[in-house]
Write a protein that binds this ligand. Structure first.
Ligand code: CP
Length: 306
C-alpha cells in the first residue's frame, strides 16, 4: 500500500505515467466513469480549502466512486480532543483512501504511519503540497511540452509557500532547469530547500527582489500569495502582502510564450486584467488538478481501466 506524502515519493517515470493517465482521462472520460464504483474517498480537511478538497471530491465522483469527510476540524471530533492518529485509524475503517490537509508540518506522514489505507497529503502546514505540484506538472507539460530547459521564476512568499517547496523538489530532477527566486528578504526560500535540493542537485539559481527585471528571462512565472495564516504578527503581513502585483504593464516585459501560473487562491498578486492574456494559465491549473488527482487515486488504489 502506497501513500503520497512528498512529491519525491514518486519517481520521474511514475510522474510521466500519471500525466499519461490524466491525458487519457481528458481524451476518454467515459472509459473511467464507473471504474471506482463502490470505492470511497475520505477528505479530511483540518484547514480551509476550495480547489484541493473539491477537486478530490469531483475526481472521485467522476471515477464512479463516493465521498465522505469534513471540511473543518470544528465539525469533527478533533474539537473534542481526539488525536490525529485516532481520527485516521477510525476513518481507515470507513474509506478506501484518505486525502487530508492539516496545519502541522509532518502530519500527513504521521497519518500514513497509522493508516490502513493510502494517505494523500493535501497540504501539511508550510511544508509540502504534492498534489498541487502534480497539477502544476500536468499544466507545464501541456502548455510547454517539456520539463527540461526551462527558466522558472518563483515569486512571492517562498518561505511559507508549500506549493513552491514541492515544485522546486519536482523540477530539480530535470535537465537544464534554472530557478529565479523572487521575494522580499523576509520571505526568502528556506535554507534547507536551497541546500538540500537546489545546491545539492547542482541547479543554477539566482535570488532577487525585483520582479520586473526578472520577467524577461523566464519561461514560467509562478506567482504565489503571501500566506497570512502562517505569519506570527499581522503588522508584518500587512507590510509584505502587496509586495508583488503582476499587471499588464509588468507582463509586457515577458516572453510571448512565457506562461503565468499560480496555485490560487490569489489575493492581489495578479491583477484581474491579466486573466484574459493567453499566457495566464492559473485556471487551467485548476482543471488539470482534477484530472491528475483522478490519475493519482487510480494509481494508489492500483486500479487500471480494462
Ligand atoms: N491551491 C490550493 O491548494 O487551493 P485551496 O487552498 O483552495 O485548496
Amino acid at each position: 500500500m502506497r501513500s503520497l506524502i512528498d512529491i519525491s515519493d514518486l519517481s520521474a517515470k511514475e510522474i510521466d505515467e500519471l500525466i499519461e493517465t490524466a491525458n487519457d482521462i481528458i481524451e476518454n472520460p467515459k472509459k473511467y466513469s464507473e471504474i471506482l464504483h463502490g470505492k470511497k474517498i475520505a477528505t479530511l480537511f483540518f484547514e480551509p480549502s476550495t480547489r484541493t478538497r473539491l477537486s478530490f471530491e469531483a475526481a472521485m465522483y467522476e471515477l464512479g466512486g463516493n465521498v465522505l469527510g469534513f471540511s473543518e476540524a470544528a465539525s469533527s471530533s478533533t474539537s473534542k480532543g481526539e488525536s490525529l492518529i485516532d481520527t485516521i485509524r477510525v476513518v481507515s475503517c470507513y474509506a478506501d483512501i484518505i486525502a487530508m490537509r492539516h496545519p502541522k508540518e509532518g502530519s500527513a506522514l504521521v497519518a500514513a504511519m497509522n493508516a490502513s489505507v493510502p494517505i494523500i497529503n493535501a497540504g501539511d502546514g508550510g511544508h509540502n503540497h504534492p498534489t498541487q505540484t502534480l497539477a502544476d506538472l500536468l499544466t507545464i507539460k501541456r502548455e510547454k511540452g517539456r520539463f527540461d530547459n526551462l527558466t522558472i521564476g518563483l515569486c512571492g512568499d517562498l518561505k511559507f509557500g508549500r506549493t513552491v517547496h514541492s515544485l522546486i523538489n519536482a523540477m530539480s530532477r530535470y535537465e537544464n532547469v534554472k530557478f529565479v527566486l523572487i521575494s522580499p528578504d523576509e520571505l526568502v526560500l528556506p535554507e534547507y530547500i536551497k541546500d538540500d535540493v537546489i545546491i545539492k542537485n547542482g541547479i543554477e539559481f539566482e535570488e532577487t527582489d525585483d520582479l520586473e527585471k526578472a520577467i524577461p528571462k523566464l519561461d514560467i512565472l509562478y506567482m504565489t500569495r503571501v500566506q497570512q495564516e502562517r505569519f506570527f504578527n499581522e503588522e508584518d503581513y500587512v507590510r509584505l502582502k502587496d509586495t508583488y502585483i503582476l499587471d499588464m504593464n509588468k507582463l509586457s516585459g515577458g516572453k510571448e510564450d512565457m506562461i503565468v501560473m499560480h496555485p490560487l487562491p490569489r489575493v492581489n498578486e495578479i491583477a484581474v486584467e491579466v486573466d484574459n492574456d493567453k499566457r495566464a494559465c492559473y485556471f487551467k491549473q485548476v482543471l488539470n488538478g482534477k484530472y491528475i488527482r483522478m490519475a493519482l487515486i487510480l494509481k494508489l488504489l492500483e486500479v487500471k481501466p480494462k
